[in-house]
Write a protein that binds this ligand. Structure first.
Ligand code: PHE
Length: 442
């Protein structure tokens, strides 16, 4: 039933039965552009971060309307993401065909933006911010949605003018101090990881360059977090402001990305757990060379942060699907530029269904990825599904057969759904699972 071509955002793409796994329900999100919608929390957060970073030295050029369709070269190869990286697999990524996919991160545009900076006559533009929708096949629950928003940021300096980097860094540090002197004081308790063990600097940089550049990166991200939470306090009543609202614990931990070195993630302590907000690092020389920079002329940093997750913390939005609701009771609560807490309105009741089945044979046990089950549910029920959870897995010791049981919670953000409707959806999910993967319902 796969059509020969897909029409996406006015362009035609050939499909490929080995690769194509985008569905109409996923494609319906192309061009929704929540990050540009007036009064929407994602839009407010995007503007807040852009303004905050540009308030220091007005040097970031913003890009907010790149098409989500990119090549595998842009999304993976150019960033040296290995061929066998799980992120490339069809179970994690939405492919249009062998060569085109829905970007899985905004890093897909780094190269063109670095190249663009090189061509700028206005040399004060030495950085960029890209905000856009990104797509990932993933589980279904309150914090995961197949489409979400990222902001990519980057900054570069000529190695011949380290004085500029030094003065940029001190401007940034002063800005952080300024927020502390203001009315909305937010204390950021930072656990930094400055060790280069297992996370080495690149050889072409000096120790001093590494030190200045990574401090500029980390302080920039701390600044935007601090400013965003200060902005939140601004709209709270004094009675609601206490230590838990004015103190924020964050930590830097080392990680690795194929196109940055060293690399870090920043996590924030929130509701009793560490939440990852942003991955980042110093751009590998190789990427700058590919973008056209002269040998070892340039150093810089890049980050990619998840706007949805930060918006959910700031605006106290408990379910990511609310960001996509058409319900006015949601939208009327927000106005541009203000970070206010979402006041839950009465929820429509949910309806739970279990689905137990035998896998047909051993080989399929390997081939059927959990995300494939998620995708079937998503393509049948779309926004009418709140969560899908594996609740039982059983393997017969003698015949080695595997039985799985998934619990699906159907619940709409926008309306009441009837039992009849839920039964119908459940039937469709089961039918598709049987016909696509030959499972045997129990
Ligand atoms: N693109 C990475 C992600 O989605 C984040 C990142 C961006 C890391 C830029 C390093 C540099 O996780």
């Amino acid at each position: 039933s796969l059509p020969n071509t897909l029409d996406i955002a006015g362009k035609k793409y050939d499909t490929d039965s080995n690769y194509t796994n985008v569905t109409p329900s996923i494609l319906s999100h192309v061009n929704e552009n929540l990050h540009l919608r007036k009064h929407h929390p994602i839009n407010t957060l995007r503007e807040l971060i852009e303004n905050t970073l540009n308030s220091v030295d007005n040097t970031f050029k913003t890009y907010n309307s790149f098409s989500p369709i990119v090549t595998t070269y842009q999304n993976f190869d150019v960033l040296d993401i290995p061929v066998d990286h799980p992120g490339r697999s069809k179970s994690d990524t939405y492919y249009i065909n062998k060569d085109y996919l829905l970007r899985t991160h905004t890093s897909a545009h780094e190269l063109e933006c670095f190249h663009d900076l090189l061509l700028q006559e206005n040399i004060t533009n030495r950085g960029f911010l890209i905000s856009a929708d990104v797509y990932r096949r993933d589980e279904i629950d309150r914090t995961h949605y197949p489409v979400f928003y990222q902001m990519e940021g980057a900054r570069i300096w000529d190695r011949s003018s380290l004085a500029l980097l030094k003065s940029d860094l001190s401007k940034l540090e002063n800005k952080l101090l300024d927020i502390d002197k203001g009315k909305n004081i937010i204390r950021l308790i930072v656990q930094d990881d400055v060790s280069l063990e297992g996370n080495p600097k690149q050889n072409y940089m000096t120790m001093e360059e590494y030190d200045l550049c990574s401090r500029h990166l980390k302080r920039s991200i701390e600044l935007l977090i601090k400013q965003a939470f200060a902005q939140k306090i601004k709209n709270m009543t004094t009675a609601d402001i206490n230590q838990t609202t004015t103190e924020l614990n964050v930590r830097w931990i080392k990680t690795s990305f194929p196109w940055t070195a060293p690399s870090w993630e920043i996590e924030v302590w929130w509701n009793g757990e560490w939440l990852e907000l942003c991955g980042c690092g110093l751009i590998k020389q190789d990427v700058l060379l590919k973008a056209g920079y002269r040998s070892d002329s340039t150093i810089g940093w890049a980050f990619g942060l998840g706007l949805d997750r930060i918006a959910m913390l700031l605006f106290e939005i408990p379910d990511i699907r609310l960001l996509w609701t058409k319900d006015e009771r949601f939208h009327q609560q927000f106005r541009d530029g203000a970070i206010t807490s979402f006041k839950p309105y009465s929820k429509y009741p949910g309806s739970m269904r279990d689905m137990a089945f035998w896998l047909p044979d051993e080989s399929l046990y390997v081939e059927l990825h959990e995300n494939d089950i998620m995708e079937i549910v998503r393509s049948v029920a779309g926004n009418l599904v709140e969560s899908v959870k594996l609740i039982d897995k059983y393997r017969t010791p003698d015949t080695n057969r595997t039985s799985l049981c998934y619990r699906i919670n159907y619940q709409s953000m926008d309306r009441n759904i009837t039992n009849q409707e839920v039964n119908k959806l459940q039937e469709l999910v089961q039918d598709q699972l049987m016909s696509k993967y030959n499972v045997i319902l129990r």
